[in-house]
Design a binder for this molecule. Structure first.
Ligand SMILES: [Zn+2]
Length: 434
């Protein structure tokens, strides 16, 4: 059935790093969605209501905010139970906390339970698209895809690949990795909301043969994504350059195996060289910034402005389990603080971009998601703070709707997500029976 959802609409018409007037907020707005879950139109509620067919259903969310579905562009499925592990930095944290937790996903029943819990948790907090490192165990990663398919989460994921470092059961040799990837690409290839991502953990945990396999697979199946980590800590960078002594820099390790390009997403990139930034931009690869993870592991302060100046597409991720929570919206507050420490201040529009339209562009999904443009999938969520007397009063004291949105980025909580829609279907919140 055709429906119109009423509330305060906020989204980006275009890239706010290039166009200052890109943010659009419509106080009494309406989002018109057809029976296929596609956006027909958006705008002033009175105008949209006059255009609706007579049998259209009106769903009025009052003063609540309607926002495009959030994109969490980097998190780790098998690290669900590692959040807030005591650590002495990235490499010891991997060894002491992460690898033991990831081994537990050998048990398919445990893995399926975590998959359900994680997917529900993301949807409940307005995340309609997630890019995830899957388990090294294929059955566990299949359980993740199945949970996403059942609940409507748009998912880009793949088995985490490593054949060096770490305990033996977590390692996959290149031939097996190819076979698993091929099987999963074929199994989920016809579902428009599911995509496979080759997922070499990072340069240190991969042999040249495994990285070569990823490059060859990509040439054979150009629709697949590739995700990995880069330039997270200085200790890690030094170790990578020792392991790959011929490489010009960290990025060059990936470049020489053909792993860069559109649909490549590199997490962190906190300490890039100038030549790496240029190579990144030229290749069309994207970077995912993970603010709370960077702070928790003490990895460094992300150079956001340098990425923007080089035209590198950017997204934001929670990086669970190095990140401390499951709500990517909260990352915007952390992102703001990290930039303030460097004397910068992203605008509210630029922050919103990183988890909506900008993230969609970074994932080559801008034709499908990211804002309320007609024809796109109706992936959106409803933020309602009416039950919070302090926040309600705080918002009433704002000078503008843009100021209100800024306050919400810092003070809203995931339980204030009242409803979530994926392709027009309610998939969490009040509209769904528990
Ligand atoms: Zn990560």
């Amino acid at each position: 059935m055709t429906r119109a959802y009423l509330g305060t609409l906020a989204h980006l018409r275009r890239d706010p790093f290039q166009y200052p007037g890109a943010l659009e907020i419509i106080e009494r707005g309406a989002l018109w969605v057809d029976e296929r879950g596609r956006i027909v139109a958006f705008g002033d509620a009175g105008r949209i209501r006059r255009q609706l067919p007579p049998d259209a259903e009106i769903v009025d969310f009052g003063r609540a905010w309607l926002l495009p579905g959030l994109v969490d562009a980097h998190l780790h499925f098998p690290q669900y139970h590692v959040v807030a592990a005591a650590n002495r930095g990235l490499l010891s944290w991997l060894r002491d906390s992460v690898y033991p937790a990831e081994l537990a996903f050998r048990d398919p029943r445990y893995a399926a339970g975590v998959a359900d819990a994680l997917v529900s948790r993301l949807l409940r907090s307005g995340v309609t698209t997630a890019v995830m490192f899957g388990s090294q165990f294929p059955e566990a990663t299949e359980a993740l895809f199945e949970a996403a398919r059942r609940r409507g989460l748009r998912l880009i994921a793949g088995i985490t690949l490593m054949d060096r470092d770490g305990p033996e059961p977590l390692r996959t040799d290149p031939e097996t990795a190819w076979r698993i990837a091929e099987r999963l690409v074929q199994r989920y290839g016809d579902d428009p909301r599911l995509r496979y991502a080759l997922t070499p953990r990072f340069a240190l945990s991969c042999s040249p043969e495994l990285l070569r396999m990823c490059g060859e697979f990509r040439r054979r199946y150009p629709q697949v994504y590739l995700q990995t980590h880069i330039n997270e800590t200085r200790e890690e960078i030094a170790a990578v350059l020792r392991a790959f002594p011929d490489a010009l820099h960290y990025l060059d390790v990936y470049d020489r195996f053909g792993l860069l390009g559109r649909r490549t997403l590199l997490a962190h990139n906190i300490h890039p060289q100038g030549s790496e930034m240029r190579a990144l931009a030229e290749s069309g690869s994207s970077v995912c910034h993970c603010p709370s993870s960077n702070l928790f592991l003490g990895s460094g302060l992300f150079p956001l402005r340098r990425h923007v100046q080089h035209g590198v597409p950017l997204a934001v991720g929670t990086d669970v389990g190095a990140g401390l929570h499951f709500w990517v919206w909260e990352e915007l507050s952390e992102c703001h603080k990290i930039q303030r420490l460097q004397g910068e201040a992203p605008t509210v529009a630029q922050l919103l971009h990183l988890v909506t339209l900008g993230a969609a562009q970074a994932l080559a999904l801008e034709a499908e998601i990211g804002n309320f443009a007609p024809g796109k999938a109706a992936d959106f969520w409803v933020l309602d703070v009416a039950g919070d007397p302090y926040l309600d009063q705080r918002l009433r004291r704002c000078q503008s709707l843009e100021d209100q949105l800024f306050v919400l980025m810092h003070l809203a909580r995931p339980d204030q997500c009242r409803a979530v829609f994926a392709a027009g279907r309610p998939c969490a919140g009040e509209a769904v029976e528990s």
